[in-house]
Design a protein around this ligand. Sequence first.
Ligand SMILES: Nc1ncnc2c1ncn2[C@@H]1O[C@H](COP(=O)(O)OP(=O)(O)OP(=O)(O)O)[C@@H](O)[C@H]1O
Ligand SMILES: [Mg+2]
Length: 423
Amino acid sequence: MVESEPGNDGEPEAEATEKGSLQRLGDIDPAAAPRLFSGIGEFDRVLGGGIVPHSAVLIGGEPGVGKSTLLLEVSAALAQQGKTVLYYSGEESAQQIRLRADRLGIRSAGIFLFTSGSLEELKRHARETRPEFLIIDSIQTLTSRKTAAASGSIASLRNVTAEVIDLAKKSGITVFLIGHITKEGQLAGPKTLEHMVDAVLYFQGETQADLRLLRAEKNRFGPLNEIGIFQMSEKGLASVNDPTQVLIQNRLSRAPGTAIFPALNGTRPLLTEVQALVSESPFAGNPRRIAIGFDGYRLSMLISIIEKKLRLPFYKSDVFLNVTGGMVIREPAADLAVCQALVSSCRSIAPRANSVILGEVGLTGELRPVSFLETRLKEAIRQGFSTIFLPALQCDKKLIPNFQDISAIPIESIRDLQEHLRK
Ligand SMILES: Nc1ncnc2c1ncn2[C@@H]1O[C@H](COP(=O)(O)OP(=O)(O)OP(=O)(O)O)[C@@H](O)[C@H]1O
Ligand SMILES: [Mg+2]
């Protein structure tokens, strides 16, 4: 139990930019608050095409992945456009941030920095500098006098976040909050804060050491699962322009146990490699099924369908499934690609060269259509893939771009897959 006092902190409230009056929806001018572009392409993309003014965005990520770097770069880009940015860092000293800024080549007068302090001090600085953007690095290090006793607790974190968002909305500030991810314990991870903010982005580091993915897990103003891809270097984060190339460049072509799936992340099609390893299990009767970047239950389901329809002996095999490059696939459209990787590994047959594969698999082994077929296929063709395995229902000239130049192979049921792998 924690003692707490009701009431406000005696400070004047920030000036309201909007009256709390009743308005007709139709009377509100949408052009009054247009989106703003930071100029960092991948960042704007993940936010749904630019920053929505007065929004609150939470960015979570493992320690050291580059959250502070990203937001310092965003601050610099905004400051360059003449915006005022107030940057709070509770984790690094002003000198350390200056050193980072020098390394990244950032020199900006438009960024105000303060490194130690409380919520009350933040409010004071915000009144003085009247920033358009506020960066909180990190929300876990910001405390309030009101809840000082419980600083670090979930209740305090919620309270501080609510106050920061309130300040931002009332004063017309756009706020970016950095949140730490912790497994369990005193500090609350971004999960508890997710409902309070407009967008939640996760910043992930990937196996290919310098690749970083920014993913929208929640966005009130843009598509879900939109991803931005960066490359980290000494000079900072650089947007990756052709991510497909980065994702599939290291693959061995025609290796058994692989499939290339044209995935859709938000609005962007991305060719993604699915790999499977099927090997005899030392644990008779209780083989392992491990999926990385794919739903484990769905993998089990697909294995059962293959077992039943193709009579392959999966019951005595360990199965490992991996989506390379740290990508995550949540679309049922990837079912057939997963099945190809599984069957191809199990029978040690390489898939067709230069082929992509897509389709949802039903419980009877039938193939179901996928969404956004044209967008996916355009990307595959642009990357030089010439053979496409797709649901028979969608094997239609009108649906497929460049129909005459590619070979589109209809798959009606999962049995057809085996036929094609045999050829
Ligand atoms: N000189 C350098 N050359 C290349 N990369 C560097 C260099 N210095 C830092 N980095 C990269 O920056 C990352 C740290 O970035 P940053 O401090 O922004 O992470 P963070 O997510 O804010 O971490 P924390 O959670 O600890 O605050 C390192 O993991 C490294 O990849
Ligand atoms: Mg940091």
